[in-house]
Design a binder for this molecule. Structure first.
Ligand code: ADP
Ligand code: MG
Length: 417
């Protein structure tokens, strides 16, 4: 029993599981560096190659013709998730380390080359499966390759199948794979869920804005319609006619701008970081939310100083749409909304100030917490998305609020170098 299940077995599992956490930690935080496909593959090579090496360095049991450890788990995980490239690199690492630590053996090459080919061939199918499909496939595939490679080993050498080999090489790895794939998929889902939340909130805003925007577009259309009817029904001078056409065109332009602003926002966002002119971006957001403010009888004051920061235009706009929309919603009976930007030292300081309902200190503390909302139809996601986006653009934020007086939100971004 000592030889099958001992401290080394647990250590092997520990190396593998911690590497997966490290992989997802870097993957999650690496989004802001825009990792390419190749970078991710290299990350996977490192994060599966390292436990592979550790498992081999501290094996469970050393028999005469075979070293027992859980190396096939990181090897199979890397190959299934990363395909030919990652699998190939892992095979090189595995063979090099094996021969360095325990000397050359042809049977090792035959066993792991077989394992590599089977797993790499299965990799595309593996990627198409859902979570439970992946769990199922990884367990059976591990079991199948263990059996297959045992026959390979027997065929190419006078390999002896012993008890501890059956336990360490054939029975434990499928169970280990089940754990590892389960944890991998859970972490992946958690990361994906977060980026989905951003989209859900955006759709919410898009549909809410649609109402006020269609209202705003209808006005110019009514004016244009009126002038065209006038021109049709009356005998009018050339001069008046031109005047009418001029007004009609202006109204059409206005409608066009509104639609354009709206569409820019509704377009899917990229992750591109670029120089942003703060005052232009804010003007665009204000332009877009003006109809909503006007419908609520809110007076809008803007004092915008120009400054250039590095960020993503879509994210910047979405962030301030969320904050300003909250301010507008905090003033159901009208009020004053002040939006300003000014350059202070190496920073741009943007403030959104309203004279609305304000917040209690408990509400201030919970600001940015997902699903925290005091509104009947609130999503409680707007502030969270805004806060997340500010952080990804290396900004900081501060909130001051007093019940029945109003709220001031200050966002500071470093100026671009
Ligand atoms: P939602 O707007 O859907 O309620 P948010 O995440 O945008 O969700 O806002 C969370 C909560 O924070 C709001 O329900 C509100 O109570 C509070 N809040 C945010 N901004 C303001 C503000 N400018 N004035 C008063 N309360 C605010
Ligand atoms: Mg909101």
């Amino acid at each position: 029993m000592e030889t099958y299940i001992n401290q080394n077995l647990l250590n092997n599992l520990f190396y593998i599981l911690s590497s997966i956490f490290i992989y997802y930690f870097i993957y999650d935080h690496g989004k802001r560096w825009n990792m390419s496909r190749r970078h991710k593959q290299w990350l996977l090579v490192v994060c599966t190659g390292f436990p592979l090496l550790l498992c081999m360095k501290f094996p469970i049991y050393i028999a005469d013709d075979c070293v027992h450890d859980l190396r096939q788990i990181p090897f199979l995980i890397g190959t299934l998730y990363g395909g030919w490239f990652v699998g190939g690199m892992l095979l090189l690492i595995l063979l090099a380390v094996r021969f360095m630590f325990y000397g050359f053996q042809f049977v090792t090459v035959a066993v792991y080359a077989t394992m590599f080919i089977v797993a790499a061939l299965a990799s595309p199918a593996f990627h198409r499966l859902n979570r439970s499909g992946k769990l199922f496939m990884s367990v059976w595939l591990t079991f199948f390759v263990a059996i297959l490679t045992t026959f390979v080993a027997i065929a190419v050498s006078d390999f002896q199948v012993i008890d501890s080999y059956i336990v360490d090489f054939i029975l434990i790895p499928p169970v280990g794979m089940l754990f590892v794939v389960y944890i991998t998929e859970t972490l992946k889902e958690a990361i994906m869920m977060r980026s989905k939340l951003v989209k859900v909130e955006k759709m919410e805003i898009v549909s809410q804005l649609a109402a006020s925007i269609s209202h705003e577009v209808r006005n110019p259309l009514t004016v244009v319609k009126g002038f065209i009817q006038l021109m049709k029904s009356q005998q009018i001078s050339k001069e008046t006619q031109e005047h009418y056409i001029h007004i009609a065109l202006e109204e059409i332009n206005r409608a066009e701008t509104i639609i354009n602003d709206y569409l820019t926002f509704a377009k899917p966002a990229t992750n591109k970081m670029e120089p942003l002119m703060v005052h232009l971006e804010l003007q665009m957001v204000i332009h877009m939310l003006q109809p909503l403010a006007r419908m609520n009888g809110i007076q809008l004051v803007e004092s915008l100083e120009s400054g250039i920061i590095t960020g993503n235009a879509q994210h910047f706009r979405q962030c301030f749409v969320n904050l300003i929309k909250n301010s507008i919603e905090a003033m159901p009976n009208g009020g004053m909304l002040t939006i300003s930007s000014l350059v202070r030292g190496n920073d741009v300081v943007i403030t959104v100030k309203d004279t609305g309902v304000g917040m209690t200190s408990e509400q201030i503390n919970r600001f940015g917490e997902p699903y925290f909302s005091t509104k009947e139809k609130g999503t409680g996601l707007g502030a969270m998305v805004a806060v997340k986006l500010i952080e990804t653009m290396h900004g900081t934020w501060n909130i001051q609020s007093e019940k029945h007086k109003g709220t001031v939100i200050t966002v500071t971004f470093p100026l671009a170098k």
